[in-house]
Design a protein around this ligand. Structure first.
Ligand SMILES: [Fe+2]
Ligand SMILES: [Fe+2]
Length: 360
């Protein structure tokens, strides 16, 4: 690495002299900008879990070349999101972004094995007491409407199903990764969480039982995660942006773009792509303020996240007695979404009434 710096390191777990976890730890120390991937087999799973805190992504053997290519591609091909040099110069000061939360990675690996039982899954979740508590709180909240009085993780797992569980564990553990600091108040962080959940509820209402619903809800939950990253890594910048936005009565993303050409949308997408989330989710997060940037295939995930966010902001503006932002009707029209808008607005209104107290 010293002689020939590289952007991506894919390491085996079991190697002579030094194992993969130790190697990646050293790389994180000395070359924090490198993207770190562990490639591991089931038999060494227990040992590999040590790498969970240092690897951005975790690939299981046997790993087909396509998955490996996709994993590496995501780290170097962020030009898809925008001019990567610009992003790099901005997030250069965001060195060493956090890895995926450990409980999520463990869960994902366990779920990859069809023989994993509900008991085993529950045990993984229960190991993280804070995540378990938040999860139960969330399952019992209006977020899931019909589920009430779920008092143990095992029944929560059984009721939610594994894919929703994964999403929830991810969002709960992510929000815990980022906390308030001297520039960014706890209140601001909680507001972000509330807005994320509200947006996710609207997305859930819009997508109903469709197969893409879980992914759209996850994208909606994560759409502003870049704000958390910036709050954590560049708090003074964020404080300045928020103050200026308030003073000028402009949306935060516009002020961000005018100052650095980059907003929380790209930063969030960058983190999610490092974590290997599906590209539809990364794209939806990257462009959630500019749905026009991508060509349309009907009502896709980006349109859903865009509309859910705008309708959430609209309700929040009404609640504060201020003028909401205008929706990009032309883009909604092109996507065939304009006809649904009133129905979606009603979903947002109902979701607002039911939005529970902050739980994440
Ligand atoms: Fe946003
Ligand atoms: Fe938002």
């Amino acid at each position: 690495m010293e002689a020939t710096p590289c952007d991506v390191v894919v390491s085996d777990m079991r190697m002579p002299e030094m194992d993969g976890a130790t190697l990646l730890e050293a790389i994180r120390e000395q070359h924090p900008d490198a993207f770190r991937i562990i490639l591991s087999g089931y038999t060494e799973l227990q040992a590999s879990l040590r790498a969970v805190n240092v690897a951005h992504q975790f690939l299981l053997k046997p790993c087909d070349p396509e998955s490996l290519r996709a994993a590496i591609g995501r780290s170097s091909d962020l030009g898809r999101v925008l001019d990567s040099r610009m992003l790099t110069s901005f997030v250069g000061s965001l060195r060493d972004l956090p890895p995926l939360p450990r409980v999520f990675t463990e869960l994902k690996l366990a779920l990859a094995n069809p023989k994993t039982t509900i008991e085993q899954i529950s045990k993984i979740v229960e190991q993280d007491v804070a995540v378990s508590a938040k999860l139960l709180q969330l399952v019992n909240s209006a977020f899931f409407g019909t589920f009430r009085n779920v008092t143990d993780i095992k029944s929560a797992v059984a009721r939610l199903g594994t894919s929703v569980l994964q999403d929830l564990v991810l969002s709960v553990s992510i929000f815990r990764t980022f906390t308030a600091n001297e520039y960014v108040s706890q209140e601001y962080v909680e507001d972000l969480h509330r807005h994320a959940r509200f947006t996710a509820r609207i997305a859930a209402g819009i997508t109903g039982n469709s197969p893409s619903s879980a992914a759209a809800v996850l994208a909606a939950l994560m759409h502003d995660i870049g704000k958390l990253v910036i709050a954590d890594r560049l708090p003074a910048h964020l404080a300045r942006v928020v103050a200026q936005a308030e003073e000028e009565g402009r949306p935060v993303y516009e002020v961000e773009e005018s100052l650095t050409q980059i907003s929380h949308a790209e930063v969030g997408a960058y983190l999610l792509s490092l974590w290997g989330l599906p590209s539809a989710i990364v794209d939806a997060v990257a462009h959630h303020h500019h749905p026009r940037r991508l060509s349309r295939n009907g009502i896709d995930m980006l349109i859903i996240v865009y509309a859910a966010n705008m309708l959430a902001l609209e309700r929040e503006a009404f609640a504060k007695g201020i003028q909401p932002l205008e929706l990009d009707m032309e883009t909604l029209e092109e996507a065939g979404a304009a006809a649904h808008l009133e129905e979606w607005r009603a979903i947002a209104e109902a979701a607002m009434a039911n939005t529970p107290q902050p739980v994440m």
